[in-house]
Design a protein around this ligand. Structure first.
Ligand code: KG4
Ligand code: ZN
Length: 334
């Protein structure tokens, strides 16, 4: 069954056609990053406008590259939550119109379920259950994926998401948005032991994350150095900061793997592209002798293929919606 997946929750307008939840026939991503860069972050109003302009052409191109017409599709899947409400509404409204006019089932997809499903595209042999570290610009969770559409959230962040923590600290270091990617590159050349930074833990919830104190520590370090007229080595600070963020993610994930005993380990979301995180998870996989699954780099960030992949399994489970479907800015993936 061919599924068209549409994604517009943040700053990428994306559409893709995927066969049986596993084989990518096309995957078109129109990024707005360059435009948001000058503001240092995503401007929601601009994001919505750009989605409106791009969505039709992006969907057409996805169908064209897949060699598919609307009559070949089994469903239209769309990210309906969570995300920027004005941005989500563009994809949801477009998908509703398309599904209604073509007589196709409409399948709402949770964005984080989509990120997790990117692993089905990169690893056709992967089946639930598995334990997944989901880290993006808006969320950081450890999720027990019991089945394709049944999830248990074992850990969450109490404040900033990991990607947000990277982006905000990067911005203070003068690295342009989205700073996580560039910080990762700079960190490769820096000394991770150069600066001492805390690794905050949440009292009474050992698996949960808290990144705002770590971010503040980095900002204070930069302010203090500026006041004293001391130079800060950006590559060293990037490396030290990355080590602290990745350390928090990897330590909790390791604990969750031990607590649950789940055999397969996975990661997903924009931050799963992080080189150090991938190396740490590889090491954990070796240490525990359990296989690790991470999406290929091109599928870590937001894309339509992951929405189509999850949409396939939601469709099989009968999770379709009618024209009353609305977008939701927040909402858990359980
Ligand atoms: O999943 P995603 O594309 O969008 C959201 O759903 O939020 O994640 C974007 C986030 C941004 O914060 C970006 O800085 C971060 O993922 N990111 C990275 C890397 N690549 C993307 N963070 C650290 N290292 C990377 N290599
Ligand atoms: Zn995302």
């Amino acid at each position: 069954m061919l599924i068209l997946g549409i994604e517009s929750s943040c700053d990428e307008t994306a559409a893709a056609v995927v066969e049986d939840g596993r084989r990518v026939l096309s995957n078109i991503v129109a990024s707005q990053v360059e435009e948001h860069k000058i503001y240092g972050g995503v401007v929601p109003e601009i994001a919505s406008r750009r989605h409106c302009e791009a969505v039709s052409a992006v969907v057409k191109e996805a169908l064209k590259q897949a060699g598919a017409s609307l009559s070949d599709l089994g469903a239209v899947a769309v990210t309906s939550e969570p995300g920027l409400i004005g941005a989500l509404l563009v994809g949801v409204s477009f998908a509703k119109g398309l599904a209604l006019s073509a007589g196709l089932p409409l399948v709402p997809v949770h964005h984080l379920r989509g990120h997790i499903a990117a692993n089905y595209l990169s690893h056709p042999e992967l089946e639930p259950p598995f334990l997944c570290l989901v880290a993006s610009g808006g969320h950081s969770n450890i999720v027990l994926c019991e089945d394709y559409t049944r999830f248990q959230v074992l850990a969450r962040t109490r404040d900033d998401a990991a990607g947000e923590a990277f982006d905000k600290a990067a911005r203070a270091m003068g690295i342009p948005y989205p700073g996580g990617v560039e910080m990762d590159k700079l960190a490769e050349t820096g000394d991770p032991t150069a600066y001492r930074l805390p690794r905050p833990r949440v009292e009474g919830a050992p698996l949960d994350f808290s990144f705002s104190g770590l971010k503040t520590a980095a900002l204070n370090l930069l302010h203090n150095a500026a006041q004293r007229g001391e130079a800060v080595s950006v590559p060293d600070l990037c490396a030290s900061y990355r080590r602290a963020v990745v350390g928090c993610l990897a330590d909790s994930f390791r604990q969750a793997a031990l607590d649950t005993g789940v055999e397969r380990l996975a990661a997903a979301g924009g931050v799963s592209a992080n080189r150090l995180l991938r190396r740490e998870l590889e090491a954990l996989s070796k240490e525990l002798d359990r296989p690790l699954f991470v999406p290929e780099l091109s599928l870590c960030g937001d894309n339509g293929a992951m929405i189509a992949a999850q949409g396939y399994y939601e469709r099989l489970a009968g999770h379709t919606a009618g024209m009353e479907l609305n977008a939701r800015p927040s909402g858990g993936l359980q």
